[in-house]
Design a protein around this ligand. Structure first.
Ligand code: NAD
Length: 401
């Protein structure tokens, strides 16, 4: 969590500080011969007043990462953190005015009603992190003022698991899979692995490895572990419980399944082939439940993924270069990561964002600066000369040119 929140944020601040001069400089641009003699440039201009609404699951990272981009680009910001992480929201509200210019950044705490109220105001940009249902509300409100929006949404992120190559360090690979699910906020992350796709012949081996490593990571009695997050609140706990309580899903539980409502704890749980029509396979899970879906052959994963809404992330554990190329060119998602999960969030040289149902727009590193910038076109025309055929009166000769 330190890496994903504080570590990534301090890296982003330092990158913005060291790169700002370069990012803020206008770029010279070439012009067509018809504009001769003249010069042109692309001038980065702040958008103005920006509203950032963030989610609770990485309450500092998801609030401050866009704030860094917005103020680097010269905007003023109103930040509304999530009410579901009240301690983090209140810390942001207390500390930001102490360290940042109060006229440039303001934190407004509150829940849905405050969010709705803020959406009634006119903004120059709205940057929203949350679920697709609220994303639609944000976009509808933004349409009133033609305000540009970035929507950082969620969805179901699949992990395709090819059979093991003999040269693989099995332990390392399985740790990465489980780290990308149970080890990251107990699966309460937009880029957590939602479910695994695997060739049916390899599924028993994979299940055994996942079970054994789960025990190593979280102990024989996971309720005692300090290494797994609790569920954020009772509402989300009951939502996850309902996914598991579905009678058509119950028989597919092959590991875990235990729950402790008083402590909002759900054991790392693995399911084998729950029905594809069950809510666990249609809704974003956002919790420590890991369905494994078997396919005749691993290449069928492409069709499986393409028949569902576009994911924020696709993970592929394979050494097969042909499969890698096919996933990149034949599927669409916010990102594709080979042989690991979550790690792409920490990179500031590649854009972070979704496509289709997982959202649109991108940020992190220079992409954050660009997200909060209007690239103004500047053209400087010389008065030295002019093409005689450019203006009326028109005649056949001029029109033919
Ligand atoms: P949410 O959409 O319920 O809430 C997000 C924010 O929107 C909160 O600050 C909330 O107060 C506000 N909000 C809720 N209803 C509103 C309304 N009607 N009007 C205005 N504001 C409103 O989402 P959540 O439960 O906090 O987060 C979980 C979702 O967010 C998941 O779908 C997850 O995948 C997604 N997510 C995406 C990313 C990403 O970077 N793409 C990161 C984290 C979470």
């Amino acid at each position: 969590m330190f890496i994903l929140q504080v570590g990534t944020l301090s890296k982003s601040v330092n990158l913005a500080l060291s790169s700002l001069k370069d990012w803020m400089s206008s770029r010279k641009a070439k012009l067509p011969i018809a504009a001769f003699p003249s010069t042109a440039e692309v001038f980065p201009e702040p958008l103005g007043l920006v509203l950032i609404i963030s989610s609770w699951n990485l309450p500092f990272g998801l609030s401050l990462e866009p704030v860094i981009g917005a103020i680097a680009a010269g905007n003023a910001v109103v930040l509304k953190p999530s009410e579901l992480a009240p301690a983090s929201s209140s810390l942001l509200a207390k500390t930001i005015p102490t360290y940042l210019d109060k006229k440039a950044v303001k934190v407004i705490e509150g829940g849905v009603a405050i969010g709705e109220h803020l959406l009634c105001c006119k903004w120059d940009k709205i940057f929203f992190t949350g679920n697709a249902r609220v994303g639609r509300i944000v976009m509808t409100a933004a349409a009133n003022y033609l305000t540009p929006v970035t929507l950082e949404l969620g969805g179901k992120c699949p992990a395709i698991f090819d059979s093991f190559s003999s040269s693989w360090d099995k332990e390392m690979v399985i740790k990465r899979v489980l780290g990308g699910k149970f080890g990251t906020c107990a699966g309460q992350a937009c880029i957590a692995i939602d479910y695994i796709l695997v060739q049916e012949g390899f599924a028993p081996t994979l299940l055994e490895l996942l079970r054994n490593m789960t025990k190593k990571m979280f102990g024989e009695n996971p309720r005692e572990t300090q290494s797994m997050a609790r569920i954020i609140n009772k509402q989300h706990f009951l939502r996850l419980k309902n996914l598991l309580d579905d009678p058509s899903v119950q028989s597919s539980i092959v590991h875990g399944g235990g729950m402790d409502e008083d402590n909002l704890f759900i054991e790392p749980t693995i399911l084998m082939n729950p029905p594809l029509k069950a809510s666990i396979m249609t809704d974003e899970i956002f919790g420590p439940l890991l369905p494994i879906i078997t396919l005749k052959k691993i290449e069928d994963s492409i069709e499986f993924i393409n028949s569902r809404p576009k994911a924020l992330a696709i993970y592929v554990f394979t050494k097969n270069e042909t499969l890698k190329r096919r996933i990149i060119s034949e599927t669409s998602s916010g990102s594709v990561t080979f042989n690991d999960a979550i790690i792409q969030y920490a990179a500031d040289t590649i854009p972070f964002g979704g496509v289709g149902e997982s959202g649109f727009g991108r940020y992190h590193g220079k992409f954050s600066f660009d997200t909060f910038t209007h690239e103004k076109a500047i053209l400087r025309r010389s008065l030295l000369t002019e093409f005689w055929f450019r203006f009326p009166p028109w005649n056949d000769f001029k029109l033919a040119l």
